[in-house]
Design a protein around this ligand. Structure first.
Ligand SMILES: Nc1ncnc2c1ncn2[C@@H]1O[C@H](COP(=O)(O)OP(=O)(O)OP(=O)(O)O)[C@@H](O)[C@H]1O
Length: 276
């Protein structure tokens, strides 16, 4: 059962824990408390707690099948859970503007719409004037500065271009929180490098709280302000690693001592958890 807080409860970031079920620590955007999720009797999460910092990029990394996608799907409101509470600065998911980028861009973009209409699509659900919608569309197009024609249909675009369109579509509404599940795993390396660069630029400009699932440890560390390392099921947080290298980060970052140190520690924790 999902615990629903009453809508008239005051938001109180400074109140002590327990005083108010909508309390959240200062600087925290997402609070997960007592989360429980089972699939067919298999417990994936049991009484799981997590705080996610506001405006930062958090990568989620862990053993196969530990529940990385399940976690971001529950937090984003796509997947129901069996118990616990997830709040965004004290608000429910449906009170929060959320963007989601799926791994499988071919199924995510609408094939019958031109790129620009794909990107524009979510704006119709916002209570805005035509001019305000156009301003948001122009802003996202300007930020990404794409070099291909946005009047093309998906079948006329490469996989990377389609994924770029789906990222722009997720960001056009200016989400407070963005979820990305393996967004670059099916793309060639040149495109991956380009997308990593442009995405971190836009996310940092807009200070979007971001949760990224990646199977690629280099990518998980490279893009993250913090790497969240998970255990095997029933899943707990094994360790959290802060990575504060300056941005923009590129392949050059991956040979810096700070990167190597963070990745090495992440690998140690990962191997320990896989063997556990
Ligand atoms: N709809 C479902 N029905 C039954 N079991 C499911 C369902 N979705 C996920 N699971 C199971 O829950 C566990 C966590 O799945 P999830 O996809 O979240 O893991 P993951 O860490 O993202 O996996 P991977 O590393 O393989 O991408 C797995 O054991 C998976 O088989």
């Amino acid at each position: 059962m999902r615990v629903m807080p009453s809508m008239d409860a005051p938001l109180s970031p400074s109140a002590p824990p327990g005083a108010d079920h909508r309390w959240y620590p200062v600087g925290t955007h997402i609070t997960v408390r007592g989360l429980t999720k089972r699939f067919d009797g298999v417990t994936v999460y049991e009484n799981f707690d997590l705080d996610i910092a506001k405006g930062r990029i958090t990568s989620v990394f862990g053993p196969n099948g530990c529940g990385k996608s399940t976690l971001i799907n529950m937090i984003s409101g796509i997947l129901p859970f069996d118990g616990g509470q997830i709040l965004f600065e004290g608000k429910e998911a449906h009170e929060t503007r959320i963007g989601y980028v799926f791994q499988n861009y071919r199924e995510a973009v609408f094939p019958w719409m031109r790129a620009i209409d794909n990107i524009r699509y979510p704006l119709q659900f916002l209570d805005l004037t035509k001019a305000e919608r156009q301003a948001l569309l122009d802003r996202v197009v300007d930020s990404f500065d794409v070099s291909f024609d946005l009047n093309r249909y998906p079948y006329q675009m490469s996989g990377g271009q389609q994924q770029l369109v789906s990222i722009m579509r997720a960001l056009v509404v200016e989400p407070e929180v963005l979820f990305l599940d393996e967004p670059f795993s099916a793309l060639d390396y040149e495109m991956v490098m380009f997308l990593r660069g442009i995405l971190q630029k836009v996310l940092k400009e807009r200070e979007v709280t971001t949760l990224l699932v990646s199977h690629d440890l280099d990518e998980a560390v490279l893009l993250a302000d913090e790497v969240l390392l998970l255990t095997k099921r029933p899943t707990r947080v094994a360790e959290r690693l802060v990575f504060d290298a300056p941005r923009p980060r590129s392949v050059d970052t991956t040979i810096t001592p700070g990167f190597v140190q963070t990745k090495t520690r992440a690998l140690e924790v990962f191997q320990r958890e896989v063997r556990a």
